[in-house]
Design a protein around this ligand. Structure first.
Ligand SMILES: *Cc1c(COP(=O)(O)O)cnc(C)c1O
Length: 421
């Protein structure tokens, strides 16, 4: 049953979709085997075409922070759909969502909505270049910032899972102004630098925490040369609390990008800055940016319904669940004698098969190249626990995961770990 229905669909899919998928990681390239084709999901659970149920730690790569098909989000989307799905005119919900987001993040005064995280970061880079009149971008190896040409160098995550360094089809000219350095090492910038872009907590090379002082030192280095600091909070934004990584770290960037959680499971991205910096964005200024479906009524309704539920208490509750999972997994691997690191930051959890803490992309690659992840992944999937299919992805518990879900996950991991050894 499992293999039949999913395999049949995968075979059909491969005829009409490259790799059978619309985003490469979903093709199971780095773990092997046949992807499960999702039919429906509710809370912590997802069901596939063969009727198999999994406890889901993918949660659309963290977008579904409340768990799947949250009743309030679903009701909001249905209500919005009845009123029209897209207008090409501004709406009240866009204003309300913007007010909510700028109210949460210290230093953020104005935003522009897009339809994906990629668009948000791409536009934020254009804004940084337009605002500074400079060309150069500095990024960190293993940080993923979406699939815009200039940012696809050493991109971590989906790119790394394919074993690719960057991407074919990206011209040398497109990356000529992109400089890459190791995470957790403060780069030395020059006065050609428009922007330093960073995942303030890196969650696309597994989970890598910034070392104490690192983000502040990046801030200081940007100030020294007049470059802008861009926090790509597409994952950390409203997963680490209402102030995102900005409040968590106590470091304020010049420009932000958000995505995933803020759309409540619908396609949304956001970039923003102070009023002064955003004054460069059209129609106020010369940096063009727009989109037919930007600020889409279904997406803003879902975003408002999701973010409206994220009180400080709920963030604390989610972090407690994540801690339970991280501690339990750590013990499960230790008990089996399998060297593993299970870092946790807020509600974000990572997993590396490594002896020591991972602090950059080279460390993460070394851990991935030990080759234990595919066996762990499939062992868990067979037992009914879905993790993201690649060693560079984070683990995303949601508010819908019960302690029982988590404890069963830990028991299964202990069994799988014993088999790994
Ligand atoms: C997912 C992600 C993106 C890209 O967002 P999409 O919605 O997939 O385009 C950008 N930056 C980070 C940090 C991400 O995790």
């Amino acid at each position: 049953m499992f293999s039949q229905n999913n395999q049949a669909l995968f075979d059909r899919a491969k005829e009409v979709l490259p790799g059978g998928v619309n985003s490469p990681v979903r093709a199971f390239i780095s773990v092997g085997g046949t992807p499960y084709f999702a039919v429906r999901a509710k809370g912590s659970r997802i069901w596939d075409e063969a009727g198999t149920e999994y406890v889901d730690y993918v949660q659309s790569y963290g977008a579904s922070i409340l768990g799947h098909a949250d009743p309030q989000v679903v009701a909001a989307v249905k209500a919005a759909a009845d009123l029209g799905t897209t207008f090409g005119a501004p709406t009240k919900h866009e204003v309300e969502l913007a007010e909510l987001i700028v109210g949460w993040v210290p230093g953020l005064e104005m935003i522009r909505m897009t339809s994906s995280g990629t668009e948000a970061v791409m536009s934020a880079i254009r804004l940084a270049r337009g605002a500074t009149g400079r060309d150069k971008i500095v990024k960190f190896a293993g940080c993923y910032h979406g699939h815009a040409d200039a940012l696809l160098v050493a991109g971590g995550s989906g790119v790394a899972n394919q074993g690719l360094v960057g991407s074919a089809g990206v011209t040398e000219a497109a990356v000529a102004d992109t400089v890459v350095g190791p995470y957790n090492v403060v780069p030395t910038l020059d006065t050609d630098t428009a922007v330093l872009v960073i995942e303030p907590v890196a969650a696309n090379m597994g989970l890598v925490e910034p070392e104490p002082g690192f983000l502040q030192a990046c801030r200081d280095e940007c100030d020294r040369v007049g470059a802008l600091l861009l926090f790509d909070e597409v994952i950390t934004g409203f997963r680490l609390g209402r102030g995102g990584a900005t409040s968590w770290a106590g470091v304020t960037p010049d420009i932000w990008a958000f995505g995933k959680v803020i759309g409540g499971g619908l396609p949304v991205g956001v970039f923003g800055a102070s009023r002064g910096v955003m004054a460069n964005v059209a129609p106020l200024g010369p940096v063009y940016q727009g989109g037919t479906l930007s600020g889409n009524p279904l997406a803003t309704a879902a975003g408002l319904a999701a973010l409206g539920q994220l009180s400080d208490d709920r963030f604390a509750e989610l972090a407690t669940k994540a801690e339970r999972l991280a501690l339990g997994l750590t013990q499960a691997f230790a008990g089996a004698g399998v060297p593993a690191q299970v870092p946790r930051v807020g509600s974000l959890v990572g997993l590396f098969f490594a002896n020591e803490a991972v602090r950059n992309y080279d460390d993460a690659k070394e851990a991935a190249e030990r080759g234990l992840f595919p066996a762990f992944f499939h062992g868990m999937l067979q037992r009914g626990f879905a993790f993201a299919p690649g060693p560079y992805e984070a683990i995303f518990p949601s508010l819908a995961h019960s302690n029982e879900d988590i404890d069963r996950t830990i028991e299964a991991a202990a069994e799988v770990a014993t088999a790994l050894r």
